[in-house]
Design a protein around this ligand. Structure first.
Ligand SMILES: NC(=O)c1ccc[n+]([C@@H]2O[C@H](COP(=O)([O-])OP(=O)(O)OC[C@H]3O[C@@H](n4cnc5c(N)ncnc54)[C@H](OP(=O)(O)O)[C@@H]3O)[C@@H](O)[C@H]2O)c1
Length: 269
């Protein structure tokens, strides 16, 4: 082991400031708490500041500082204001998790112009401009930063009924490669954390389908949908020193569903 690494906790985030979009519920709320537990002070954001109170209380309960900030990622001015508030509050942003996102499930022939803008603007445009603002306001000058964008199995596979969503998540996979090339020389890493199936408000209607979990589990090599905690290791890895030589990558945390589950053996009799 080199001198440089001896005694270093590669996963420690003590003293870091993390900014999480879409932290009012679901994965974003969980990400904010996991980063706080690992040592970060956290800026939590959503379109409705009031909905952040519980997560703010829990993070402060861990002994970390937390600031709730209103943010609509489809509004450029709102992104500028939210990042500005975070910098005023904490002086810097070391880690940004571009998590805010949405979906509209429908057959491709029924997708409207407005559906497309709603989904793609939130998931792709919003993530890009949030990353750009944090880079401009803090990371480029600091000479370091961790940008984590959220992908999905639709970043690598096509699914009927999810055309705009899949386009936005495929776009994220491409975007992290471009930004990694752009900002790597400045010490910033940009990666995509791509969850498989995790039950949240966004996909709750799928779980109302009788037999859905069984159907899904049969297609997942690890035989179950994800629990939020299954994402913790990947999140901390991408946020911390442990991933210092990893950039432009998409890390699928999906129980293996993206390996493809086509039956290629004769059915057992
Ligand atoms: N759940 C899964 O299995 C799964 C799998 C792969 C990827 N993802 C992605 O992971 C992210 C989180 O998903 P989730 O399942 O936790 O969804 P969720 O429960 O619906 O939460 C979405 C979050 O995004 C915020 N948001 C939505 N539109 C926004 C906007 N225009 N500006 C700012 N914030 C906005 C919401 O906050 P407000 O409504 O309070 O503003 C909320 O906090 C999404 O990008 C989703 O596509 C989820």
């Amino acid at each position: 082991m080199s001198e440089e690494n001896s005694g270093e906790d590669l996963f420690d985030l003590e003293g870091q400031v993390a900014f999480v979009s879409g932290a009012s519920r679901g994965l974003g709320e969980h990400f904010a708490e996991v980063l706080a537990a690992a040592g970060c002070d956290v800026v939590v954001t959503s379109r409705d500041k009031k909905s952040l109170q519980l997560v703010e209380d829990r993070i402060e309960g861990l002994g970390r500082r937390c600031q709730s900030v209103e943010l609509d990622v489809t509004d450029h001015e709102s992104i500028r204001k939210a990042v500005d508030e975070a910098i005023i509050g904490f002086g810097k942003i070391d880690i940004v998790v571009c998590n805010a996102g949405c979906n509209r499930r429908k057959p491709s022939v029924d997708v409207t112009w407005e559906d497309w803008d709603y989904v793609v603007d939130t998931n792709l445009k919003g993530s890009f401009f949030l990353a750009q603002e944090t880079a401009k306001r803090s990371m480029l000058e600091a000479g370091h930063g961790r940008i984590i964008m959220i992908g999905s199995v639709t970043s690598v596979h096509g699914y009927a009924g999810l055309a705009p969503y899949g386009a936005s998540r495929g776009g994220i996979r491409q975007l992290v490669m471009s930004l990694a090339d752009d900002w790597g020389p400045a010490g910033i890493t940009v990666n995509c954390l791509a969850p498989g199936w995790f039950k949240t408000q966004q996909n709750a209607m799928m779980y109302e389908d009788e037999g859905w979990v069984e159907y899904l589990s049969e297609r997942i090599p690890l035989r179950r949908p994800g629990n939020m905690e299954d994402l913790d290791g990947a999140l901390i890895f991408l946020a911390s020193e442990s991933s210092r030589y990893v950039t432009g990558q998409t890390l699928l945390v999906d129980g293996g569903i993206s390996t493809g589950r086509l039956r290629a053996m004769p059915k057992e009799k």
